[in-house]
Design a protein around this ligand. Structure first.
Ligand code: A2P
Length: 318
């Protein structure tokens, strides 16, 4: 298993299982299968609504001796309705209770967007809190607090632009990770440059093109990454699959990839991508596919009455 060295010197498995859009009744079995196959990183979030089932799978896998807790890297995320400093600890305690763990390896601020505690999902303009009301620095102070209490070993952010990452680099105990959408259609070179400058590692979500994203995120005309002719051609040349090529591309770039699957055959297939090697020519062909395409476009945060816009969310990063 490849690892990424974080700014603190910790080694994080560079490949893991995503659980966004993994249905209740399926996600626990997927986690169990992944751990049995040798996955050592599981990516979770409170808002996915399935952490209790994931936690049952962890508890059983640890009790059955499939793997020891300390040999699995568990990531989860703070939802937007708990951004005030005093709300971060209770939110993480709920996630730890659901996941049936005493600590997380990594806890991330899920979005640079704040909501009222009782307003998730937001139903109207009054449900949003602006970043003037709850500055990201306040949320970060809460994150540092839960790390100091030992509830998580590392802290980071998700969906943060290069501009927001730079602003956080000046904070005490800056983020070690930014988890963002990243694949050959969305290389995110500007963000990658800022991350490398500030010693932040990137985790690529939706590395296969987010085929399971909810209907609200589906736009007609969006190309299907797994069907891209270049991806398919490289897969055929290497006797690999398109998903394996996309995973190998992410790892070759020095990012972590967390493809989602609840299908046992595809969970195994994706692990094979973590040991696939791509040569420089194949990497260049994949790099050339970049078109700044976000499947998780963020327009859902920019509804009428929201203080957030797509522009202020991504700060011009493509
Ligand atoms: P499934 O869970 O049925 O396997 P992403 O990680 O980019 O969000 O992509 C997840 C989507 O890709 C899901 O729809 C998942 O479906 C599908 N998927 C996962 N692994 C593979 C694979 N090896 N080949 C094809 N589709 C895959």
């Amino acid at each position: 298993m490849k690892h990424l060295e974080l700014a603190s010197g910790a080694r994080m498995p560079a490949f893991g299982l995503g659980t966004w859009n993994s249905a209740p009744g399926e996600v626990g079995a997927a986690v169990r299968t992944a751990l049995e196959l040798g996955y050592r990183h599981i990516d979770c979030a409170a808002v996915y609504g399935n952490e209790a089932e994931v936690g049952d799978a962890f508890a059983r896998a640890f009790a059955d001796g499939v793997v020891a807790r300390e040999d699995v890297w568990i990531t989860s995320k703070l939802w937007c309705n708990a951004h005030r400093e005093s709300e971060v600890g209770p939110a993480l305690e709920r996630t730890l209770a659901d996941l049936r763990c005493e600590y997380l390896d990594l806890y991330l601020v899920h979005w640079p967007v704040a909501l009222r505690a009782d307003a998730s999902p937001p139903a109207g303009p009054g449900d949003y809190l602006s970043l003037e009301e709850v500055p990201l620095e306040e949320t970060w102070t809460g994150m540092r607090g839960v790390k100091a209490r030992g509830l998580c070993r590392h802290i980071g952010v998700s969906n943060y632009s290069s501009k927001k990452l730079r602003s956080h680099a000046a904070f005490d105990d800056p983020p070690e990770i930014d988890q963002v959408e990243m694949h050959p259609y969305l290389r995110q070179d500007r963000l990658a440059g800022a991350a490398s400058e500030h010693g932040v590692r990137l985790m690529a979500y939706s590395p296969l093109g987010s085929g399971a994203r909810p209907a609200t995120l589906q736009r007609s005309g969006d190309p299907v990454l797994l069907e891209d002719p270049t991806v398919r051609a490289i897969a055929a040349e290497l006797s690999a699959t398109p998903a394996q090529v996309l995973i190998a591309w992410a790892l070759e770039r020095g990012t972590c990839a967390i493809p989602k699957s609840t299908n046992p055959g595809r969970i195994a297939e994706n692990l094979g991508g973590a040991s696939l090697e791509l040569d420089a020519a194949s990497m260049a062909r994949l790099d050339a596919l970049d078109r700044g395409l976000r499947y998780v476009h963020g327009a859902f945060w920019a509804k009428e009455g929201s203080p957030y816009t797509v522009e202020t969310l991504w700060d011009g990063d493509v």
